[in-house]
Design a protein around this ligand. Structure first.
Ligand code: G3I
Length: 331
């Protein structure tokens, strides 16, 4: 099954993948041939290349080459979409930001300068920007970051204000998203995100969508019904949603065939709950092969999260791949 073709046939904009390019992946021909197959992936997200420390490694010295590589791959192989990721986050902030004691005013200027430069540079090569990434704790309160700790909650609204101003400077239609994890099911964090979107709207700021990251663990993924319920909490506010970082990791390795079947079902439910909601515009896996998954680096001993790489083969498709195909086809 061709995942992107199936997604488009269901009225979605894409089925896509993140990719950690520039990186060793570029020497891997099999990886590149799948990545560049627009029948499978109709959208790319740079897993790292557009983050703060890669785009502004020194103050007001911007480096766009890495992000541009991902855009070029997307455009050259089927004129595909790019979700640009991300402008303001706790992680991957440059040392020069972290090393200084900023006043709120000065750090707000840093944020503004970063957002204006990056957004206007890439323009409408970006279908959308994840403006603020992962602003909340699981209990729905504000998460610490250099931004929050220095500026307070206003950092969040300022980020959207600056992003909107930058989009206006481009004269293009670029969507602005909020992106987070553990918000794919009802709970305090999902309720917190509803509050953020409502407050953005109350302030008449631009917010076009909520990105549901969808990083799950085999055996504990939310049900289809829970995912539909949470999705409707967002779409009821008049914003789009997308599945932005889908993967389902095993907590214990090696996995066995019943584990693979459960993983496949959890992929199926996540994808089906996007297919069944009109305002869910697309689905993106957070890279597609276990070999390059972020999971083992962050959660040692866990893994096997992706749709390719069965049994440590390089590129054999897992049952999860076919389950995604079934969900997209409406089976
Ligand atoms: O490139 C260096 C390499 O030179 C060095 O030898 C190696 C040793 O530590 O690190 C490499 O950098 C790593 C980088 O990924 C590139 O692979 C960083 O340490 C590592 O922290 C970084 O992790 C990324 C993580 O975000 C933190 O920014 C992951 O690749 C990336 O997949 C992950 O993506 C996030 C999303 O942005 C937001 N949602 C959650 C998601 C998963 O954590």
């Amino acid at each position: 099954p061709y995942l992107n073709l199936l997604a488009k046939a269901k009225g979605k904009l894409w089925f896509g993948t993140a990719t950690d390019i520039p990186g060793v992946e570029q020497q891997d021909q099999e990886y590149m041939s799948i990545l560049n197959d627009s029948k499978i992936f109709g959208q790319l997200t740079p897993a790292n290349a557009m983050k703060f420390q890669f785009t502004e490694p020194e103050q007001n010295n911007f480096t766009y080459a890495g992000g541009q590589e991902v855009i070029d791959l997307a455009k050259q192989h089927g004129n595909r979409y790019v979700r640009c990721h991300n402008l303001v986050w706790v992680t991957e902030v440059s040392e020069w930001v972290l090393d200084r004691n900023w006043t709120a005013e000065a750090l707000t200027e840093v944020m503004k300068n970063h957002i204006y430069n990056v957004v206007t540079h890439f323009g409408d090569s970006c279908y959308s920007w994840d403006v603020v990434n992962e602003a909340l704790n699981d209990n729905g309160t504000w998460a610490p970051s250099v931004w929050f700790d220095t500026i307070g909650p206003e950092y969040f609204y300022k980020a959207y204000q600056f992003a909107e101003e930058a989009v206006k400077l481009t004269g293009k239609d670029i969507k602005l998203y909020y992106n987070d994890y553990n918000i794919e099911y009802p709970g305090p964090k999902a309720t917190g995100v509803v509050g953020l979107v409502k407050e953005l709207k109350r302030r008449k700021l631009k917010i076009d969508g909520v990105g549901l990251e969808t990083h799950y663990e085999v055996g504990t993924a939310p049900s289809y019904e829970q995912q539909i319920e949470a999705s409707k909490m967002y779409t009821a506010l008049g914003v789009d949603i997308a599945r932005t970082e889908l993967d389902v990791r095993f907590t214990q390795l090696p996995y066995n065939s019943s584990g693979l079947a459960l993983q496949a079902k959890e992929y199926y439910d996540a994808v089906k709950s996007c297919v069944d909601i009109r305002q869910c515009i697309g689905m993106t896996v957070w890279d597609f092969v276990d070999k390059y998954s972020w999971v083992p680096g962050t959660f040692p001993g866990k893994g096997g999260a992706d749709i390719y790489g069965l049994g440590n083969s390089n590129y054999t498709r897992k049952p999860a791949y076919y389950a995604v195909g079934d969900a997209l086809a409406g089976h």
